[in-house]
Design a protein around this ligand. Structure first.
Ligand code: AMP
Length: 115
């Protein structure tokens, strides 16, 4: 069933994670393999496989996803020096978990362009 993604199980507490934020629509937790001193993943509880699968009906959810990410970035102390949001999409984009998520990466200067 579509709800049975790795990240749905994490959001439901069926797989352990380090919670950073939780509300009725979103769950955020620390990446198990951090790419920066701060690396948080924000996921909508209702899974959308890829950002390109989002439709007009998801517009509010997508906006709120970024506002929740902003709240977390602020709470994690990232906003003064700056940080990065990443949404990987598909194989060449480096997506490995097909449940839409925003990476919040910070705590060090970020290289550009990314690898
Ligand atoms: P992506 O490659 O954009 O799909 O990102 C998936 C991310 O999920 C990677 O950065 C992984 O390190 C992370 N990840 C995979 N399994 C877990 C887990 N059980 N707990 C926390 N993060 C995970």
């Amino acid at each position: 069933m579509p709800e049975d993604t790795l990240f749905s199980k994490i959001a439901r507490g069926e797989i352990p994670s380090t919670e950073v934020y939780s509300d009725e629509n979103f769950y955020a937790f620390r990446d198990i393999n951090p790419g920066a001193p701060t690396h948080v993943l924000v996921v909508p509880r209702r899974p959308i496989p890829m950002i390109t699968d989002a439709t007009e009906a998801d517009a509010l959810l997508l906006g709120r996803l970024l506002l929740v990410a902003n709240k977390i970035a602020e709470k994690e102390g990232l906003t003064k020096d700056g940080f990065r949001y990443v949404i990987n999409c598909g194989a060449w984009g480096g997506q490995t978990v097909f449940h839409l998520h925003v990476h919040i990466l910070g705590g060090r200067p970020m290289a550009w362009p990314p690898g």
